[in-house]
Design a protein around this ligand. Structure first.
Ligand code: BES
Ligand code: MN
Ligand code: ZN
Length: 507
């Protein structure tokens, strides 16, 4: 047996504090002031909180010397000497002052204040109703770090961020912003953990622990329970692994709920490592496959944040967790799987494993959860990455209102989606000579995968998010950090955290 792995202690997100004081009155090592684009005279404008500091420091002068433009995320640094804790003034562009600009400004600022103790900023005070949440999200996720180094993390996020010139009346908005930001952090963290540690049982333990903190109920199927209940897809995909599969169920009920409160089921792909199985992936295709459970991580992180965003509907999260490994007991090409509920799949490619585990969980949700809306999130197809590149997630929807709600939530959250067609013309491709469907029906790969899953959705209003495209960020950019992204939790919390998340669906 390998020795048990222990993850070293990780960095944590900055702590946010509201203060009505001006930034110069807060005891902080760094003050960050917003820079607005040029006014009619052609010169840049400093945003709120700059007046006092500008009396003693030539802030507009330094902007000119540095050739500042005020574009979102630009950071000009002004060193400060003398008495008092203040050591640096950062002048941060907020561009056109859209949500995206404040998210960018927050992330750029977070990178500029690593290893500092304290920061005070008036950036969200530019337009608090709009800016608070994206700023907090950007500053949190721009601070994300993960390490497994003997000497500890390379750097630490700034410990405290004081949001100056904002009073306690913003406490609820800050709480909500933090919940969304931390869901993004949590999903990214789970996706980043190496698969030597992150096996299906470990993922289930994480989910159960988070559920306890968040007041959710949790249920976990081990391999025996999966067999008893007929989860042939999850078992088949997991059968070669030394660490057997799990199905995880998390239930959220809003404080005010009754029999007529609608239910949403969200299902995540939890492949803790995807070797491809006997249809083994080449090395470069396998390199990032520890994050093939991102959909599952997104479901866990979303469920953990629902109470904090005041989600008014019931939500059931299901994570189908398995390792797609290689061994003498592996699923073979040509094998047939019987899914939960009885539908069968011919496995023509063991690397199309995601849909096999998702099919079971979808069928279970339809049968046992009886949801009003069903949604799934999965790093499902390389084809989606070819179609959309690494900056957009793809989604499919059977209901126009649901499609619109998701597109709006995507725009608000900054986790961008592009809608793809459930084109009937390709339905024939699913045909198998011996089973109800072929699991690898060929191209267009993202569409045929979605059509495969649709058979398990019971005709309910359904959306399918294929996030294989945006599962990994190639470099640090805005709120994204190089590596697994955890894409989707912010978007789902934005959708489910509104007053009427199901408005118009099914109508
Ligand atoms: N996990 C992969 C999809 C993937 C690819 C995610 C690249 C992220 C980046 C999935 O299980 C897979 O291997 N899909 C195959 C399906 C094919 C064999 C029908 C694919 O897309 O190549
Ligand atoms: Mn695969
Ligand atoms: Zn996969």
């Amino acid at each position: 047996m390998p020795t048990a792995l222990t993850l070293p202690s990780q960095v944590t997100p900055p702590r946010f504090v509201l203060s009505e004081l001006g930034p110069e009155e807060v005891d902080a090592e760094v003050v960050a002031l917003p820079v607005l684009p040029a006014d009619e005279t052609g010169s840049l404008v400093l945003g709120p909180g700059a007046t006092v500091l500008a009396e003693t420091h030539d802030l507009l002068g330094i902007l000119e010397v540095e050739g500042a433009t005020g574009k979102a995320g630009e950071v000009i640094s002004y060193p400060v000497t003398g008495e008092g804790p203040l050591r640096r003034i950062l002048l941060v562009g907020v561009g056109a002052q859209r949500r995206t600009d404040f998210r960018r400004a927050g992330a750029a600022l977070a990178r500029a204040v690593r290893d500092r103790e304290s920061l005070a900023t008036t950036i969200p005070a530019v337009e608090p109703d709009l800016a608070l949440e994206p700023f907090v999200v950007g500053a949190t996720l721009g601070s994300f770090g993960f390490h497994w180094r003997s000497a500890g993390p390379e750097w630490r996020p700034v410990a405290r961020i004081t949001l100056a010139e904002l009073g306690d009346d913003r406490a609820a908005a800050l709480e909500r912003a933090r919940a969304i930001a931390e869901a993004g952090w949590r999903a990214r963290f789970l996706a980043t953990v190496p698969a030597a540690l992150k096996n299906p049982a470990w993922l289930a333990d994480q989910a159960v622990a988070l559920a306890k903190d968040a007041g959710l109920t949790a249920k976990v199927w081990d391999e025996k329970a999966l067999a008893k209940d007929g989860f042939g897809g999850i078992l088949g995909v997991g059968q070669a692994s030394a660490t057997p599969p799990r199905l995880i169920r998390l239930d959220y009920k809003p404080a005010k709920s009754g029999r007529r409160t609608p239910t949403v089921a969200i299902i995540g792909k939890g492949i803790t490592f995807d070797t491809g199985g006997l249809n083994l992936k080449p090395g470069e295709g396998m390199a990032t496959m520890k994050r093939d459970m991102t959909g599952g991580a997104v479901v866990i992180a979303t469920l953990a944040g629902l109470a904090a965003v005041g989600c008014p509907v019931k939500v059931v999260g299901l994570i189908a967790a398995a390792e797609n490994a290689v061994s003498g007991s592996a699923l073979r090409p040509g094998d047939v799987i019987t899914h939960y509920g009885g539908r069968t799949s011919e496995v023509t490619n063991t690397d199309a494993e995601g849909r096999l585990v998702m099919a079971d969980a979808l069928a279970y949700a339809v049968d046992e959860v009886e949801p009003d809306v069903i949604l799934d999130v999965a790093t499902l197809t390389g084809a989606m990455k070819v179609a959309l590149g690494q900056q957009l997630g793809g989604y499919f929807a059977t209901d126009e209102a649901l499609a619109r709600l998701l597109a709006e939530a995507a725009d608000v959250s900054g986790e961008l989606l592009w809608r793809m067609p459930l084109a009937e013309a390709y339905e024939d491709k699913l045909a198998s000579k011996i089973a109800d469907a072929d699991n690898a029906p060929g191209g267009p790969g993202a569409i045929t995968a979605a059509l495969f899953l649709r058979h398990f959705t019971g005709g309910l209003p359904w959306a399918h998010l294929d996030i294989a495209s945006i599962g990994d960020a190639p470099a640090d950019r805005d709120e994204w950090t190089a590596g697994p992204t955890g894409f989707g939790a912010r978007l789902l919390l934005t959708w489910l955290g509104q007053d009427e998340p199901l408005a118009g669906i099914g109508g």
